[in-house]
Design a protein around this ligand. Structure first.
Ligand code: SF4
Length: 210
C-alpha cells in the first residue's frame, strides 16, 4: 500500500489546528536574510550553483521539513524538493492532510553540492546559521528532519538515522522527528511504512486527523 496517496487515507478532515500565530523577527529582516543567501559566497558550493534555494512555504507553519540540500531540479528552479524526491515529499504532506503551502520547507545547505553528494561538514557549518534564522522566524511546533544530514547537523550528533528515526527529540523547545529522506524510500520502498509511522506521530502532536 502506498501510505502517502491522498485517496488512500481513510478520512481527511482538514487542518484545523495547523496555523501558529505571531513571530518576533520582522519580515524585512527575514527578507534581508534571503538576499544574503542569494549573494552568499561563504563556502565553495556557491561556485557550482545555478540558483540558491532558500526555502519556501508558510512562514507561520506549525510544521517544518528540513532536507539536505538542493539537487539538480532544485538548483535549476531555485525551489526546494521539486524533483522526484520532492514529489514524494508532496505525497507525504498530502497524506498528513496538508498542502505544501501549509508547511515550511528548507535545507541545511542552500547551494547544490556537486553530483548531489552530501554537503561536507564545513559547508553545512557555513550555511546552517541561515537555517537557524528560518526556524527562528517560522517557530514551528514540529520539525521533521529528512535523513541523516539534517538530523545530525541540527541535533549536533553523528548517530545513524536508522537509530534516530521514529523518536521525538528537542531543538530549542521544538519537537524534532527524524525520519528517512524520500529519496531513500524511493530506492527502498519497504522504508515507506516506517516513514509513515513517524509522520503519524507528528500528526498526533499537531492534532491532525486521519
Ligand atoms: S551553501 Fe550556504 S554558505 Fe555555502 S555559498 Fe551557498 S548559501 Fe553560502
Amino acid at each position: 500500500m502506498n501510505s502517502f496517496k491522498k485517496n488512500e487515507i481513510e478520512e481527511i478532515y482538514g487542518i484545523t489546528d495547523i496555523l501558529a500565530t505571531g513571530c518576533e523577527m520582522p519580515a524585512d529582516d527575514f527578507e534581508s536574510i534571503e538576499d544574503q543567501v542569494a549573494n552568499c559566497t561563504k563556502c565553495p558550493l556557491h561556485k557550482g550553483r545555478t540558483n540558491t534555494v532558500f526555502g519556501e512555504g508558510n512562514l507561520n507553519a506549525d510544521l517544518m521539513f528540513i532536507g539536505e540540500g538542493p539537487g539538480y531540479d532544485e538548483d535549476q528552479q531555485g525551489r526546494p524538493f521539486v524533483g522526484e524526491a520532492g514529489k514524494k515529499l508532496t505525497d507525504m504532506i498530502s497524506a498528513m492532510t496538508l498542502d505544501r503551502k501549509d508547511v515550511y520547507i528548507a535545507n541545511i545547505v542552500k547551494c547544490r553540492p556537486p553530483g548531489n553528494r552530501a554537503p561536507f561538514e564545513d559547508e553545512s557549518e557555513a550555511c546552517i546559521p541561515y537555517l537557524y534564522k528560518q526556524i527562528e522566524r517560522v517557530k514551528p511546533k514540529v520539525i521533521v528532519c529528512l535523513g541523516a544530514v539534517p538530523t545530525q547537523n541540527l541535533l549536533k550528533n553523528k548517530i545513524p538515522i536508522s537509530k534516530q528515526r521514529g523518536k521525538f527529540t528537542d531543538y530549542k523547545g521544538i519537537k524534532v522527528m527524524p525520519t528517512f529522506h524520500p529519496a531513500y524510500f524511493l530506492r527502498n520502498p519497504k522504508m515507506k511504512r516506517p516513514v509513515w509511522e513517524d509522520l503519524q506521530m507528528v500528526m498526533e502532536i499537531l492534532g491532525l486527523k486521519r
